[in-house]
Ligand binder design. Sequence first.
Ligand code: PMT
Length: 406
Amino acid sequence: MNSLAGKRIVLGVSGGIAAYKAVEVCRRLMDSGAYVIPVLTKGATRFVGRATFDALASERTQMSLFDEDNPIPHTTLGQAADCIVVAPATARVIGAYAAGISSDLLTATLIATRAPVVICPAMHTEMWEHPAVADNIATLVERGVHIVGPESGRLAGGDEGAGRLSSPADIVAGVTRVLGAGSGPQDMAGLSVVVTAGGTREPIDPVRFIGNHSSGKQGYAFADEAAGRGADVTIVSTVDRPGPPGATVVSVDTAEEMAAATTKAAADADVVIMAAAVADFRPIDPAGVKLKKRDGVPAIQLEPTPDILASLGASKPEGQVLIGFAAETCDVADNAAAKLNGKGADYIVANDVTAENAGFAHDTNEVLVLASDGRAHSIGLRSKRQVAQAVLDLVVADRDGRADVR
Ligand code: PMT
């Protein structure tokens, strides 16, 4: 498929064991019609030979900032590129890029370009989870850099964990999506999607309520992403914010109102995404007038609110995809698994809301996705929109592979 025809893509390769997969990325980019210019770091050549890329790519491999024929190779490459993808991206390259250090042709080109950049991290779990790497990724995400991966799986040395380079197919799909090419964006056309967003407000009296820190950003990111891929979107929201063009927004305040609106909208939905932070408890008997200090400290009796996710799970129509969330502060995987089994959802998207740059109100998030068939996918720190992209990529792929597609 020529989805990248006419696109000039700089393929940066840095020195990690996963560099051998860059050969497959190069071939797939070429097969998609792209014009590929390989830029290898010195470290990369300890794992793959430049001759391999010379044979596969549109131009010979470039490595040096000091080129006899061209005194400014980095600006030439950066200005002419439609996209720069770095696969694998080591902790060193990520750190240099975040710090603006141009110590070789690849990092100089990254800083010299105005084109979209796709970074595909690959490193051992301990390195991927190091605060310095997490901060560098958050910095790049906030600057609009796209992050693809890493996945969880087998690593060099026989270890298992997060930090494995995404598959060449996923990397090329990520580049295709960033360039807005290919049929990817409309892969939810015809689907009806319901998203809940924001934190509920449970009244104590007409002035006060029990609430939480949810801003609605993650829910709206799912609504934007689903709408951008052609879905018909309804947002049940506690946040005063318009949805994407064409979306229906149903405004609610309390868990009770969210339950009624979501149950109604979900009856005919293909996909339901419960990203809202719904209160588990509410005051049994909210006062009709503002409570006065002179009357002393009020004792507020609480009662459980309706469990919307559980009731949707119990009455899920055949073929409907139900995605629950889990806001955790510890034992994320275990708590998420308990919710997945207990609520009848197809997926649980779990986030540690105490993690840096993740959870409530941040522009970025980091999630663990558990599927009802036992699969687990770690989606490392990136923008909430990119989290939504990655989760919906999984849902669409599963739906396409399902017999009982609605
Ligand atoms: O909105 P942001 O600022 O962007 O923050 C994003 C987020 C942290 C709110 C989001 O990523 C998230 O974690 N949303 C779920 C928050 C939550 O209520 O998690 P929970 O573990 O308490 O609930 C589990 C699931 O049950 C959730 O899908 C929730 O919507 C649902 N639920 C909870 C209580 C209830 N009475 N009914 C429900 O349906």
